[in-house]
Design a binder for this molecule. Structure first.
Ligand code: SF4
Ligand code: SF4
Length: 428
């Protein structure tokens, strides 16, 4: 990385610094700049759901006014977005801004977003997830606190502008009893911590919230009776009670905590379920983020495109998906010439091994993160035979195809054929 603190300081000059992207990546950029002693004015986000909110105590504004200020030489924009950075750069250029003079992609500071799967176990077996749809799963267990602290230290040594650490990947982090200490250690290191939970077990929820993570994502895929179709093994009443409890704990211990409810859209989770969940989020003050559900992990999708059979759970997911997999893959194939957005991921497993990347469950690329320089891990992956195979099918853009879909008022994705609307309303 060719940018350091001094160069940033010179580039910013006396201008206000705004971070474009108020979600995890952008907030991580904020933490990294703060750690380097640089001042931030606030966040910009294109999502109306984020505008008017605060993130890490800073205001979140719509882009237009800040773009004008940047064009007039009063603001500098640092782009901090996981999947939309190219689109944002295009908007900056279209507004007359010049790269490095008026705006900078945070990839120039740090292009790695690590996740540490502190729990290899999950207490649900969702049909769209490898925990529910793959039978030959690697061994499971929990990461210890000392191991986590050592990993965090190595990450900070190797990535001076490290912004955030996700304390989850494919497991339920609340099952690890040391999670509150891990969150506290991350906060002490001035790195943003994010967790994602299914809220099935709230045993340590109060200690977790009191440890002050920056970001909690809760996932759901239905409301009431439809909840457990996708969140297999889940109990709606318990989940609902824990959502309310989380809201109360935030008020008591950590009002700045951002809570996002990630709502997976299937054929069964639209219409009334969608509206009810959105209303509940409004009531509880959670950010409602719907996105299309898709078959995960890519181990399954690779099997599908290469003609190997899928498990019954994976097949069931295909039946419930709104954008059918062949259409999704066709859209992804059209983008196969584009760089891989998943190269940012560095998924460290509970036992210290490193997974190939964030979207595959089975392949590993290093047996011991602590004993392997990050540069070597990245070199092994770059240009590897496995990446070539994945890219030849366009799979590196498979998740982006589903995540980027614009969602309409009733929860139906804009790009899904309108004749499905009839099915949906009827099923409700
Ligand atoms: S999607 Fe989340 S909650 Fe469901 S099985 Fe996978 S890790 Fe567990
Ligand atoms: S090309 Fe495929 S395997 Fe390689 S990092 Fe990207 S998504 Fe992962």
């Amino acid at each position: 990385m060719d940018w350091d603190r001094a160069r940033l300081h010179t580039a910013f000059g006396t201008r206000d610094v705004w971070i474009w992207g108020a979600m995890i990546v952008g907030q991580g950029v904020c933490r990294a700049l703060q750690r380097a002693g640089l001042t931030v004015a606030g966040f910009i986000d294109s999502s109306p759901a984020m505008q008017g909110q605060t993130a890490l105590g800073y205001p979140v504004c719509a882009p237009e006014s800040v773009l004008d200020r940047a064009r007039d030489g009063h603001a500098f924009i640092v782009i901090g977005s996981g999947h939309h950075d190219q689109v944002i750069e295009d908007r900056c250029r279209a507004h007359g801004l010049t790269a490095e003079r008026d705006y900078l992609s945070s990839r120039r500071l740090n292009d790695i977003d690590p996740s540490v799967d502190v729990s290899g176990l999950c207490n649900l077996h969702c049909i769209s997830c490898p925990q529910g749809n793959l039978s030959d799963r690697p061994p499971t267990g929990f990461m210890g606190l000392d191991a986590y602290k050592a990993i965090l230290r190595k990450l900070l040594d190797e990535l001076p502008f490290l912004g955030s650490v996700q304390l989850y990947a494919w497991g339920e982090p609340l099952l690890n009893r040391r999670l509150p200490d891990m969150i506290a250690a991350t906060r002490e290191a001035r790195v943003l911590s994010a967790i994602s939970t299914n809220l099935k077990s709230a045993r340590d929820l109060e200690a977790v919230v009191a440890a002050r993570p920056d970001w909690i994502k809760v996932s759901a895929s239905g409301y009431g009776a439809s909840y457990a179709v996708g969140h297999t093994g889940g109990d709606w009443e318990r989940f609902l009670a824990n959502l309310h409890r989380l809201s109360r704990l935030r008020a008591r211990h950590h009002p700045e905590l951002q809570i996002v409810l990630n709502y997976h859209l299937y054929r069964h989770s639209l219409g009334e379920s969608y509206r009810a969940m959105r209303a509940l989020c409004d009531e509880l003050g959670f950010i409602f983020r719907p996105n299309m559900a898709y078959l995960y992990s890519l181990d399954n999708v690779l099997d599908y495109v290469e003609g190997r059979p899928l498990s019954p759970e994976a097949e069931r997911t295909l039946e419930l998906m709104l954008l059918d997999i062949d259409s999704g893959l066709e859209r992804a194939r059209r983008r196969r010439h584009l760089p891989c957005p998943e190269e940012r991921c560095l998924p460290i497993n509970w036992d210290g091994r490193v997974r190939f990347c964030g979207v595959y469950f089975k392949p590993f690329i290093a047996d011991d993160f602590l004993a392997t320089p990050l540069s070597e891990i990245l070199a092994r992956r770059q240009g590897s035979e496995f990446c070539r195979r994945c890219m030849s099918h366009g799979l590196h853009h498979y998740t982006a195809v589903y995540l980027e879909e614009r969602i309409l008022e009733d929860g139906l994705p804009a790009g899904v054929e309108s004749d499905q609307r009839t099915d949906v309303d009827a099923d409700d």
